[in-house]
Design a binder for this molecule. Sequence first.
Ligand SMILES: Cc1cc2nc3c(=O)[nH]c(=O)nc-3n(C[C@H](O)[C@H](O)[C@H](O)COP(=O)(O)OP(=O)(O)OC[C@H]3O[C@@H](n4cnc5c(N)ncnc54)[C@H](O)[C@@H]3O)c2cc1C
Length: 553
Amino acid sequence: MTTRDQQPHGNGAVGHYDAVIIGAGFGGLYALHHLRAMGLAVRVYDGAAGVGGTWWWNRYPGARVDFPGGPFYRYTFSEELVREWDWAETQPDQPSVLAYLEYVADRLDLRRDIQLGTWVHDACYDEKAQRWLVETSAGARVSAQFLICAVGTLSAAHTPDIPGLDDFAGECYHTGRWPQAPVSFAGKRVGVIGTGSSGVQAIPEIARAAAHLTVFQRTPQYSIPARNRPLDPEVVRQARENWAAIRAQMNASPLGAPFEVSERSAFADTPEQRQALYEELWQKGGFHLLFGSYADILTDKEANRTVADFVRGKIREIVRDPETAEKLMPNYYLGTKRQLLDNGYYETFNRDNVTLVDLRTDPIQEITPTGVRTAKGEHPLDMLVLATGFDAISGALKRLNPKGRGGVCLAEKWRTRFDTYLGMTIADFPNLFLIHGPGSPSVLFNMPLGAELESAWIGDCVRYLRERGLGAIEPTPDAEKNWDREVAELANATLYPLTDSWYTGANIPGKPRQFCVHLGGPLYFQRLAEVAAQGYEGFVLEEERRAQVAAAL
Ligand SMILES: Cc1cc2nc3c(=O)[nH]c(=O)nc-3n(C[C@H](O)[C@H](O)[C@H](O)COP(=O)(O)OP(=O)(O)OC[C@H]3O[C@@H](n4cnc5c(N)ncnc54)[C@H](O)[C@@H]3O)c2cc1C
């Protein structure tokens, strides 16, 4: 450990650390544990008032994990944590995941190095001192050799620019910034704008509690029943007893889950066989229909059509009013937007107290103090819920906008493309590491496991530098270009880039269109290992200058 906290934090306080981590979600908490175990002095900041990241902010009704094999959405590195914590349901809900992360923070004694309720406002690289200078909303200025951005891929809540929104006189909540205090829907006329993951989870719950619910649908979605249920104690017991084997299976799986992924083509079966398999997997629920049916669903348009037709048929079967069913009919390649899982979404539109407004044919003109005015009329509301998602993957980093070598701003560098090397480092931003950055598997992999593997790589890199008296590491622009090509090649072999989605940035006006997820799964982590084994190929390494850390402030 080379540096130490000098004063308690507060206005003007100064601290020198080996590493500053921004974010106290799954990613930041594990990075803290890992780097601290290596002997580094680490400080974590989070703008949230509690640990948990996503699971602290997203308290909307119905929020829950949809990851394949729900109980495996957890840290994998410690058998003790696995033994001591049991999930109750196959798709744990938000309070359970938050309670789990609070338990982990306590169990690993992480809180003493975390400062909550504190935003990092600014982060600038001092080339001479080879250190990052960080300013927080609490008025502290601290320096660190390494800056680790675990700021989240789905943490920069997006509020669309709708005329009159600020004038709405009723209650108004964004699902990604849900209040701490309980929200009551009883006796109220509620409007939900947006039918992505959060909307589809919240809508059935709100419909049950509100006097009336109006759903303002921007894009119809394919949703698959989650079939959430109490977790079978036998599954829990087996997971505990065979944890090492399960962990190895997760590491080897394309999704980071002990979950069977089909290797068969949809055309290896007759239409009748396909239909029977789709029906079986629909009844099973969860991601089985998408990943357990056929290998070419996400790569072949015709294969995709077979499963998309199946789900469209299910919507017609479930929704009693044919006109409403037609409004709900999705028309993109199934799975190429975040695949939604629900607990009674389509069924909700059979309720007498629910109205669906299709914004493609009846667009919002303005929000008034008392409701939403669309082209066809006024919808009076007491409460507005914005399930309008996030500036995903790159948004929180762009908002942080660190300044690298020569004062270059990340927001400027990423104006037209989200260049990274390995999804974890950026040219002109030495000693800055991303967890789940653009160009990593991030949202298409088990994210807690991904964060563990990425943090371990960062730890190895820090050790490598220290053992050799090196002060800074930074990728070359060529390494970034090649990485960009690798990510694009993998994506272009699939249907993902053909769809407007938050994966491609299409949900944010003016955002560059780029599919920013590395689809390699385990191949990605293999690439990380290869780069390290080759002495950090693609990076420039600088000798340590041994500048006085105090001079950095
Ligand atoms: C409703 C919902 C359901 C999800 N379900 C799943 C699922 O089933 N499976 C799955 O794999 N993933 C799921 N995800 C994705 C989820 O985000 C990740 O699994 C995981 O929780 C991300 O952890 P993280 O630490 O990377 O980021 P986050 O949990 O987003 O934490 C980032 C933290 O950084 C903080 N921060 C950002 N900028 C700053 C700043 N400038 N200063 C200070 N603090 C800052 C934020 O306040 C936030 O607390 C879901 C996401 C949502 C929103």
